[in-house]
Design a protein around this ligand. Structure first.
Ligand code: CP
Length: 316
């Protein structure tokens, strides 16, 4: 594909191909090979209208390790702060003959719109509450490197589902790879219409985390999601204390899970609210693969850039 806007843009073969390419990037990741020449002469712009630590830096490093020229722009410091529209901003950058625009934006659907306005490949680095496809790919890569083929594995996704683009992309990619998925949230943070989506795509929903962790279908991994208070203009219900009691991955909850599956894994896309959705103890436990997720982001984003930009003449 030319763009990566939604995880649904990738069929199983394409996801597998990206994950296999990511595996082959290991030598670069370990710095045994310093740089690949693959994207020499290509220009990649990271245009971030919303803050980021992991996604922006890993796309920049991934591009540099593949010899692309990479440039970072953010809303603050660009002409967006003078009132320039998204369309004018991206068409301005596009006029500089760039090969890829990696966009993060607080509006769902922004990347889809941008793809209609520019010639460059567009990669969605997170758009509002819609999707974050490279996060889902790096999560799948991290899981596969720990527990192998995801066919039939049980992944539980817990948290503020209403505001989570990570949840939406992860459900799609995990289902594409044959995993079984259960999503858990308090009723106030369960997205409207999830019933018909879960029925169509074959994943389970629950309001009761302990019931899911203690049920017959023992989880292979639990992915905790951030409570996104910046997207809650109407206040946060339940209260932080009630949230932690009902939905936080506390040490006793993690111990209960590990008693049933000693190899169960703890994931979080970051940034974490320690003490709210995950305790510091759980985040730093041996079960936690939070920093592996970050490391995987480099290999996976190199692989995504390769598949979108390298073209046959570079691959052959
Ligand atoms: N997981 C994630 O997208 O993190 P950043 O917001 O730091 O990029």
């Amino acid at each position: 594909p030319k763009h990566l806007i939604s995880s649904a843009d990738l069929d199983r073969g394409e996801v597998e191909a990206i994950l296999e390419t990511a595996s082959s990037m290991h030598d670069v990741q370990r710095r045994e090979v310093k740089k690949l020449p693959t994207l020499r002469g290509r220009t990649i712009i990271n245009f971030f209208f919303e803050d980021s630590t992991r996604t922006r830096s890993s796309f920049e490093i991934a591009g540099k390790w593949m010899s692309a020229d990479t440039i970072n722009l953010s809303a603050k410091g660009s002409s967006t702060s003078k009132g320039e529209s998204l369309r004018d901003s991206v068409q301005t950058i596009n006029a500089m003959a760039v090969d890829a625009l990696i966009i993060r934006h607080n509006q769902s659907g922004a990347c889809h719109q941008v793809a209609g306005w520019v010639d460059a490949s567009v990669i969605n680095a997170g758009d509002g509450t819609h999707e974050h496809p490279t996060q889902a790919l790096l999560d799948a890569y991290t899981l596969r490197s720990r527990i192998g083929d995801l066919d039939g594995k049980h992944v539980v996704i817990v948290g503020d589902l209403t505001h989570s683009r990570v949840f939406r992309s992860n459900v799609i990619t995990l289902k594409t790879l044959g995993a079984r998925v259960t999503v858990v949230a308090p009723p106030t943070l369960m997205p409207a219409g999830i019933g018909s989506w879960s029925a169509a795509d074959g994943f389970a929903t629950s309001w009761d985390l302990d019931e899911v962790l203690e049920g017959d279908d023992v989880p292979d991994a639990v992915m905790m999601l951030r409570v996104q208070r910046e997207r809650m203009s109407g206040g946060f219900f339940p209260t932080p204390r009630e949230y932690t009691v009902g939905y936080g991955l506390t040490r006793p909850r993690l111990n209960a899970l590990l008693a049933r599956n000693p190899r169960a894994l703890v994931m979080h896309p970051g940034p974490m609210n320690r003490g709210l959705e995950i305790s510091a103890d759980a985040a730093e436990s041996d079960a936690s693969i939070v920093l592996d997720q970050v490391s995987s982001g480099l290999a996976v984003r190199m692989a995504v850039l390769y598949h979108l930009l390298a073209g046959e003449e570079v691959a052959s």
